[in-house]
Design a protein around this ligand. Structure first.
Ligand SMILES: Cc1ncc(COP(=O)(O)O)c(C=O)c1O
Length: 575
């Protein structure tokens, strides 16, 4: 080799190295561009900041005027708050007492009580408007608590309650009767499972089915299968989407470890499609169609409601177009497209989101209502993707078990559920479903607007969220006024209302009256007083300044992250 050819060789290697670095750099840039600009879109930063966030709270004085309201307004708020507090103690006394006692040993109660409202207000609220987490019966669309109070249920039991509690009482009872002779035998199956698999095959339009014990496990299995069959490592989730509490699909706050093999990308964006087109390590894309109501935002909990920035709107055509694009890219790149229909399956349409949006997935997960009232997760998929072993490599398997999977009682309740799905009563509920719930949302919004209340609802069929039309720090108080009017919400408050489809027009009209009465009472008590200069941004900035001051300048601040973010201690009266 002469000097010239050696030099040329060096140049060649150098050029190849530069080209590789440029390509890698470009991919990195594409990935950064495909992240949503919010903190939710930047899971690692969010987790780091969460560890730095200090606990602080407003004293009793500041509680009523943290937005700078004048003394007269603060006094009205205080009077309204005390009135509510007395009402709660009188009306819910037994239920509150039982909840407070149980909270000593039930960690879930402690957690949910601490995170019902923004943490700056939480301890004060819990002490005076304590949560009451016990109910003794359900009937129609109503719940009865331990004190005998009846209230309209807007929790939907996390989405499980699609057809009304009485429906599920029946599916559980007749299912149990059917398998009583077998009892809890596991490992072998009761024959109802065959019918279930056949029905799910038909509903999903896919070839095979596997049963699991929760939605979280169904998602775990779908992702595991996608990794096994593609030989690729990474899962793509979209910003804000919930897929259960398994680590790989919970990249942000709440998971102590980073999800290293998860890309969290911006929903409904070309930049996300670009990443899917250019990266070779992506096994699957997970879609939770519920995000169509609020793309890129997390579950709208009142604990994050420090201003009125919560927004939501459902555009079916736009989301459909997005899903079609996603489908095309996944097909082109041999990426497994998973619809996580644990929440929306059966709720949007009998055939779920695939049917509703007219887009087919490779794997679909179901859960919640499918169990006929009992715990369930299911995966339906293409035959080639559902295989857990390879005929030519016997030791190369994709393991999936679970002691309680295919439990006879669950399978039987599911069987009842699936049979009843084909009755004329249920057919009637699905007929014109969107129109019914859109009309109802419009009716409530018209009533709210007609009396100048700064509250509106947005909906994806029977899944609703409450939004606020003028800047305020106190919107979370609405959940307490709603409860006083006999409307029960889940612990995330006004962020999510879930209706069962057995709400009649009369039931719904009663909910509207109560909702408007609650919002009116809150307005009269001065909580929506507004500094004309305040904007959602200015509120956010003010809260940020408070956080910085407490983090770095408060006497208690030790500049150590291990003292940060102490959850509010439980108060004597509250749970
Ligand atoms: C879309 C979605 N996937 C998965 C899950 C997890 O299901 P489970 O709570 O049954 O584990 C949920 C629960 O809310 C969900 O909404």
């Amino acid at each position: 080799m002469n000097w010239d050819s050696t030099t040329l060789g060096f140049y060649g290697v150098g050029a190849a190295a530069v080209a590789t670095s440029v390509a890698t750099l470009r991919k990195r840039l594409d990935l950064s561009r495909a992240k949503h600009r919010s903190l939710t879109g930047h899971a690692r930063i969010a987790r780091r900041l969460a560890r730095l966030l200090p606990f602080y709270e407003y004293g009793e004085e500041r509680f009523f005027c943290s937005d700078g309201a004048p003394a007269e307004t603060a006094a009205r708020r205080r009077a309204g708050f005390e009135r509510l507090s007395e009402l709660y103690r009188a009306r819910f006394s037994k239920t509150i007492k039982s909840t407070a006692e149980a909270a000593e040993t039930l960690s879930d109660f402690q957690f949910t009580a601490a995170y019902r409202v923004p943490f700056q207000y939480s301890r004060f609220v819990n002490a005076r408007l304590p949560s009451a987490s016990f109910v003794q019966s359900s009937n129609g669309v109503m719940l009865t608590d331990l004190d005998g109070n009846r209230s309209y249920d807007l929790t939907g039991s996390y989405g499980v309650n699609l057809f009304g509690y009485d429906f599920y009482k029946e599916t559980i009872e007749s299912g149990a009767a059917r398998v009583r002779a077998l009892g809890p035998v596991l490992g072998s199956y009761h024959p109802v499972i065959v019918e279930n698999a056949k029905a799910l095959k038909e509903i999903s339009g896919l070839d095979e089915v596997s049963f699991h014990m929760s939605g979280t496990e169904a998602v775990m299995q779908a992702v595991r299968l996608a990794r096994y069959h593609t030989g690729r490592s990474h899962v793509v989730c979209f910003c804000g989407a919930y897929h259960g509490w398994w680590g790989d699909v919970q990249p942000g706050v709440g998971n102590p470890l980073p999800a290293r093999e998860t890309y969290t990308l911006t929903d409904m964006s070309e930049s996300a499609l670009r990443v899917l087109r250019t990266r070779r390590n992506i096994a699957c894309v997970l879609v939770n169609p519920l995000q169509a109501l609020h793309p890129n935002a997390g579950a709208p909990s009142d604990s994050a409601l420090i201003n009125s920035g919560r927004g939501a709107h459902f555009y079916k055509a736009r989301y459909t177009e997005w899903l079609k694009k996603l489908r095309a890219v996944c097909t082109e790149r041999k990426i497994v497209l998973i619809f996580d229909e644990v929440f929306v399956g059966f709720r949007l349409a009998k055939g779920g989101a695939q049917d509703y949006f007219g887009v087919k997935a490779d794997l679909v997960t179901y859960g919640k209502t499918l169990g006929g009232g009992l715990p369930i997760g299911a995966v339906c998929g293409r035959g080639d993707l559902m295989k857990r072993f390879r005929a030519d490599r016997p030791a190369d398997i994709c393991f999936a078990r679970g002691t309680f999977n295919s439990h006879p009682y669950v399978m039987a309740a599911m069987n009842e559920f699936l049979h009843r799905l084909n009755t004329s009563e249920i057919d009637a509920l699905y007929r014109g479903l969107d129109r019914v719930w859109d009309d109802r949302a419009r009716m409530l919004n018209t009533r709210l607007a007609s009396v100048n209340l700064p509250v509106r609802v947005a909906n994806l069929s029977s899944i609703w969220t409450v939004c606020y039309t003028q800047p305020s720090r106190y919107n979370w108080m609405l959940q307490y006024y709603l409860r006083a009017e006999g409307l029960t919400l889940s612990w995330i408050g006004t962020g999510r209302l879930i209706f069962s489809l057995n709400y009649t027009e009369a039931d719904f009209a009663a909910v509207v009256d109560r909702f408007v009465a609650a919002a009116k009472a809150m307005q009269q008590d001065g909580w929506w007083w507004r500094d004309p200069a305040a904007t959602n941004k200015s509120i956010k900035r003010a809260v940020l300044r408070e956080i910085i001051a407490h983090r770095f300048f408060s006497p208690n601040s030790l500049w150590k992250s291990d003292t940060a973010f102490m959850p509010p201690a439980r108060s004597g009266g509250g749970a």
